[in-house]
Design a protein around this ligand. Structure first.
Ligand code: PSU
Length: 304
């Protein structure tokens, strides 16, 4: 038996069979500074509610897998130090030893699927890091999308990555990559990129139906929905390019590796943009939460 605990509102939604949107916790513990992390998590949860679904923020606390956090749990997690960053490789071990950890995209997909939740909103997925041909640093998020049937709504892969290689790997793994309302792939802080989207969809209904058809056809895995950041909040890619280059050079100089790379880069870009990257990150996550709620509602309405 997996020690699992559901928040009161998630339990009510599961019993009633209404729409639920999973939310991850690594963005809270490793992706944003306190107190903006907790404030954002609360805003995102409220965005999901306002859009007619129930938010389920996922984390492991003292060995229990939480599907939905109560107010005090969210606030404590956002202030805790030394929280583990959990992916597919370490979520079971964390539960086994009674530890506390925040779930990445991969681990949140696993937990959401266990709880019967089919839609998940985040900021940006992990992917192929620049220089991966030497470091082999490729996020486990990509393989998770290929095997766990959860639709992930993101603003694309994070722009700190090698986006071309990231989407090549997703194509190889057979993951549908869907741009919402435009022909080009969004690039996290920026609305567009130089890459054409493999698929484009304009409605939550089509996205929900596509996941259901995959399921009916017996195709494993989820789909990546790339929702462009709202225009008013974007940072043009040309403004960001030198900042990302500087952050990458700093990471290299300080010998940052493995799981520490993404949190280090996000933090460094926050400093170098004097907070502008965080404002954009908050806006895009909220935008994704609203779309995810619409997709979750459509999935309930569309019969399997
Ligand atoms: N989205 C954000 N900020 C984040 C993340 C997503 O806006 O910090 C997290 C997710 O948990 C994702 C992780 O799974 O970054 C990627 O980490 P890595 O590159 O080490 O796999």
């Amino acid at each position: 038996m997996i020690p699992m605990s559901y928040s009161a509102e998630v339990q009510t939604a599961l019993d009633a069979g209404t729409a639920i949107v999973a939310l991850e916790s690594t963005i809270i513990t490793h992706g944003m500074p306190y107190p903006q992390n907790v404030d954002t998590a609360r805003l995102v949860e409220q965005d999901v509610r306002d859009a007619g679904a129930t938010p389920a923020t996922i984390a492991v606390i003292d060995g229990t897998l939480h599907i939905g956090l109560e107010e005090d749990e969210l606030s404590a997690l956002g202030q805790a130090t030394h929280v583990a960053k959990l992916s597919r490789a370490d979520i079971a071990a964390c539960i086994a030893i009674g530890g506390t950890g925040a779930t990445t995209v991969a681990a949140t997909m696993i937990a959401a699927h266990l709880a019967g939740i089919r839609v998940f909103a985040t900021g940006g997925i992990g992917g192929v890091h620049r220089g991966a041909e030497l470091s082999f640093d490729i996020s486990a998020d990509l393989h998770e999308l290929a095997q766990t049937p959860v639709t992930v709504v993101a603003a694309g892969a994070k722009a700190i990555l090698d986006l071309h290689k990231t989407y090549e790997v997703l194509e190889t793994l057979g993951v549908p990559v869907i741009a919402v309302g435009q022909d080009s792939l969004p690039a996290f802080w920026s609305r567009t990129s130089d890459m054409a989207a493999p698929l484009r969809m304009d409605t939550a209904r089509d996205i929900a139906t596509a996941q259901i058809v995959r399921h009916v056809m017996g195709l494993p895995g989820g789909q990546l929905v790339c929702n462009p950041i709202p225009e008013a909040d974007e940072i043009p890619a040309e403004d960001l390019a030198p900042v990302i280059a500087q952050a990458l050079a700093d990471a290299e100089a300080q010998g940052i590796a493995a799981k520490a790379v993404t949190p280090f880069l996000l933090d460094r870009i926050y400093e170098l943009t004097e907070g502008r990257s965080l404002t954009a990150n908050i806006a895009l996550v909220r935008n994704n939460a609203r779309l995810a709620a619409a997709i979750a509602r459509e999935m309930i309405q569309t019969a399997d």
